[in-house]
Unconditional design. Structure first.
Length: 344
């Protein structure tokens, strides 16, 4: 007998055999099709956009104190699609930070940090830390006035950590400038840690399932349907970020002038300025680490096996208080006159 002729239908079936789409047919709680359950996926979408644009920008950037600002000027003014890539990178980074904060708020409200999901929560908090560090290190890379002041604030905070902070100061090595080492962290170490935590997070969600309360565990919705909804929301988010990148481009300041403070940090870090204005720059070495420690302790502080209406009300109150404090500090810092923190 001769060989069976090939056809588009046979090639499609071979592709299906190799991609195993049937693996997406497992059931998930119907409640998972609601928008709050897509916040984690929207964070991932933002990360992918930031990574894709970051790869392009890294081919045009010079990670040295002397050439950094000039290379960013080249990206903005002369590189093909360079300005759009930089702006989209900026807006995607903002979206990743805020969407993961909203995601953690929702997970906290649902009580999805309890056993057996403690490690899932800790992986999420770790990803929040990585995203904050990625955002911060990226802020320093243009080596404009804002980036220079951000780096100087970080050095001042790291010096208060003693031996633990030496790695984040110029004293660690004379062979590579701190800006160059921050670039290495931004494009290698931090993304690797983020990918490892993300892989662990996704594995645990697949293994343990999407958290749902007893009355929400009904059948009939598959992950494939869930994935289709994720795709639709991700497309809308991507389109919105492109629009923001076009309409509200990221500005580039003048080359840094050492010894002065004339800028304020971007929105995700603006709240810190209000605390610095009252307590001094040393607060960076205390408040920020304590905030992450508090998040890590959440599963250990609430080890109840069942949920209650009182517990949910308490969590709502804590979430509302946290966002209110964050918003109040941000507004206070935005309205406050520029103050000198370095050397204080």
């Amino acid at each position: 007998m001769g060989a069976i002729p090939d056809s588009p239908k046979r090639r499609a079936w071979r592709l299906r055999d190799r991609l195993a789409p049937a693996a997406l047919e497992y059931e998930v709680p119907p409640v998972a099709t609601r928008l709050p359950y897509f916040l984690g996926a929207l964070t991932l979408t933002s990360i992918v956009l930031a990574a894709a644009t970051g790869i392009y920008l890294s081919q045009l950037y010079q990670p040295s104190p002397i050439g950094a600002h000039g290379s960013v000027v080249h990206i903005v003014e002369r590189a093909p699609m360079g300005d759009l890539a930089r702006n989209l990178h900026w807006w995607a980074a903002n979206a990743a930070v805020f969407s993961v904060l909203f995601h953690l708020s929702w997970v906290f409200y649902r009580g999805s940090y309890r056993a057996p999901r403690e490690l899932t929560w800790w992986a999420g908090v770790g990803m929040l830390g990585c995203l904050f560090l990625l955002f911060f290190t990226g802020t320093t890379l243009p080596n404009d006035q804002e980036g220079y002041e951000a780096l100087a604030h970080q050095v001042a905070a790291a010096e208060r950590w003693g031996a633990l902070g030496v790695l984040l100061t110029d004293e660690f090595t004379p062979s590579a400038p701190l800006l160059t080492r921050f670039y290495a962290l931004h494009v290698s170490a931090l993304p690797l840690v983020l990918m490892a935590l993300l892989a662990l997070h996704l594995y645990l969600i697949r293994y343990l399932g999407i958290h749902a309360h007893p009355g929400e565990r009904r059948e009939g919705v598959t992950f494939r349907h869930h994935l289709q909804r994720i795709g639709a929301y991700s497309a809308w988010l991507s389109a919105g970020l492109v629009a923001l990148a076009v309409v509200f481009p990221r500005g580039l300041g003048h080359p840094a002038v050492p010894g002065v403070e004339v800028t304020k940090p971007p929105l995700p870090f603006l709240w810190i300025v209000a605390i610095e204005n009252r307590l001094g720059i040393g607060v960076l070495a205390i408040v920020v680490p304590l905030a992450f420690v508090a998040l890590l302790l959440v599963p250990l502080a609430d080890r109840r096996g069942t949920d209650s209406r009182r517990g949910r009300r308490m969590r709502v109150a804590l979430i509302a208080a946290g966002w209110t404090i964050l918003a109040a500090l941000t507004i206070a810092a935005w309205l406050a006159p520029q103050q000198q923190h370095l050397g204080m």
